[in-house]
Ligand binder design. Sequence first.
Ligand code: AMP
Length: 291
Amino acid sequence: MKVIDKIVEMKQFIRSVKEKGQSLGFVPTMGYLHEGHRVLIKEAKKHNDVVAVSVFVNPLQFNQSSDLEQYPRDFVRDENILTNDGVDVVFYPSVDEMYPNELSIEMNVVKRTNVLCGSSRPGHFEGVVTVLTKLFNIVQPDQVYFGSKDAQQVAVVDALIHDLNFDIRLNPVSTVREKDGLALSSRNVNLTTSERTEAPEIFQSLLKGQEYILNNPNWERHQVIEIIKNYLDEHTTGKVDYVDCLSFPNLLDDIDKNHDIIIAVAIYYQKARLIDNLILNHNGFIKYGSE
Ligand code: AMP
């Protein structure tokens, strides 16, 4: 596996891939890799000749410096995982390489971000689309793979690709979970022992919401939210950031029951903010969110 930390070299590598007429799959990550990332890589390998992964903790998408500092990093470990998984190239640039100067252009995401993580993390998705625009231009992938665990990110990347005419196919991949239901996340290492024990209740709360939808054809959005909130109040000590039920991928509260919806939760623990969601089809069955 090639490890490349310079943009010029990465572009050279990509040029050689394109010259050979090979298809290119790309998985952007912030590293500290786990099974969730590995499933994205596996999908990318299945459908492309060459697979590129980026490992870059993007400071632009962190709105709290403590969160950026606490974000776990271990590139040696990541490199081993990526080598074993048969990745062809990892792009591992420094912050200076990606942002050598103060940016002259700011991106502003005006739809799909006034809810969920967008409202509690101002500037987050602007940081995400900025780094992804740069990465997409550097890597020029045919296909990209994103986890539905970050469903709002999937919705925003979908808008980015369409609005800015990137010739890229977006593939959402279902959330990978621990046996007890906790969604895998690099942030889980920052949970205390007791927080880790109760964290699977987040997934259980979503299943309660889904159960209500499945059993009530005339289900109401506010009831879904209330059921999940009540469950979380009873079963976790974490502080609820949000619970919501919206159309997907438009993320509107005016729900059309003939289309997909998302039920989503974010919880603050002492040193980690965890998110989870289920994307349901019009019948209430899980489309993305669990294997
Ligand atoms: P991150 O390194 O957290 O930025 O995540 C990189 C990619 O992995 C994103 O597309 C995430 O949605 C995806 N991802 C993170 N956790 C999981 C998971 N548990 N299951 C599936 N994909 C995930």
